[in-house]
Write a protein that binds this ligand. Structure first.
Ligand code: AMP
Length: 315
């Protein structure tokens, strides 16, 4: 599989790499990491990353606008994207040859070649491993992107799924001489106003008796707090590590829909997410709700999952 990918990269002069919608460190890290590796091996190839850059990943580089014509003649690589509807650009399948590289559970086929391995904790780790295994040097600029994405998708190397292989790949990246202090500053540094806002958001947390912590941010609340979707969604990190609350979630208004981010260190949540137009990893998933009334039903579902999980733990 990896050799087929290398052969296709060799074959095409134009390569378009596409992240997913609502991009994160892993999708941009793998996209830019792959771009810089390919460019270092083949300086004459043109590699484009498309998508909407976020503030924290802006150090990686700039995204490009790509014409329909270029799609028709290019190798297109979709990274870190579990389903077609989440690919950033819906022209993805108009590519001459389409490859997927992803670490999400396999739920849907698309493209000509799929390299999907959910044993890896990040797509950045897959990309690193592919080139490390071949003994191919990873340039420092690529290593910064791949380190950033691995670090963010593994919760700073803490999550289940982090193995000795993850650390071996990270060591390979560190050996390029990257400045991890600088990279962690991109992750952790925040404005004072954002810090004050966090305190306000934390004071709005709800809980159930069984162990669900959740935030409900309606359009009115978001307007009052003067926050956009990205900041609302990021509040998920404030709810982690609260003893006796194995599941936590943030629900926030986004246009006509309500988005939810679910996290767990107990019951598996992606099967529940799938019932609410969502999906993702076993312990980190997302949902799309039609109304706040639907949230009440989802909360009951999550609560039941926590109760069952606790029962199984005591049996
Ligand atoms: P997030 O909370 O956005 O970080 O998403 C957690 C995981 O769930 C990621 O791997 C996403 O790709 C996945 N995910 C989020 N929302 C959805 C959705 N509506 N459908 C399928 N997967 C999703």
């Amino acid at each position: 599989m990896r050799d087929k990918i290398f052969a296709k990269i060799r074959e095409f002069n134009d390569i378009i790499i596409i992240p997913h919608i609502r991009p994160d460190g892993d999708c941009f890290g793998s996209a830019f990491g792959l771009k810089y590796i390919i460019e270092s091996i083949y300086p004459n190839k043109h590699v484009y990353v498309i998508g909407e850059m976020t503030k924290s990943t802006s150090f990686m580089g700039e995204t490009s606008n790509v014409s329909d014509d270029l799609f028709h003649t290019s190798l297109v690589i979709s990274v870190d994207t579990g389903s077609l509807s989440r690919v950033f650009d819906d022209r993805v399948l108009t590519g001459k040859y389409v490859i997927r590289i992803d670490h999400h559970p396999h739920v849907e086929h698309f493209g000509d070649l799929e390299y999907i391995d959910s044993n890896y904790p990040s797509t950045c780790t897959i990309i690193t491993d592919m080139f490390r295994e071949k003994g191919i040097e990873i340039p420092k600029q690529a290593a910064e992107c791949l380190f950033f994405g691995t670090s963010t998708d593994t919760g700073r190397f803490r999550y289940r799924g982090v193995t000795s292989n993850t650390h071996q790949n990270v060591a390979y990246l560190l050996d390029t001489g990257i400045d991890t202090d600088k990279l962690f500053n991109y992750i952790y540094l925040k404005d004072y106003s954002a810090f004050k806002l966090e305190a306000e958001i934390v004071s709005m947390i709800n809980s159930t008796d069984n162990g669900l912590l959740y935030l409900k941010l309606t359009a009115e609340m978001m307007e009052k707090l003067n926050i956009k979707s990205e900041e609302a969604g990021n509040a998920i990190s404030k709810l982690e590590y609260i003893r006796d609350y194995p599941v936590w979630a943030v629900f926030y208004s986004h246009g006509d829909i309500i988005r939810g981010r679910l996290r767990s260190r107990g019951p598996v949540v992606n099967e529940i997410a799938a019932k609410y137009r969502g999906g993702g990893h076993a312990y980190a998933s997302g949902v799309t709700l039609d109304s706040w009334d639907e949230l009440d039903i989802l909360i009951k579902d999550l609560d039941i999952a926590i109760v069952n999980y606790k029962k199984n733990m005591t049996n």
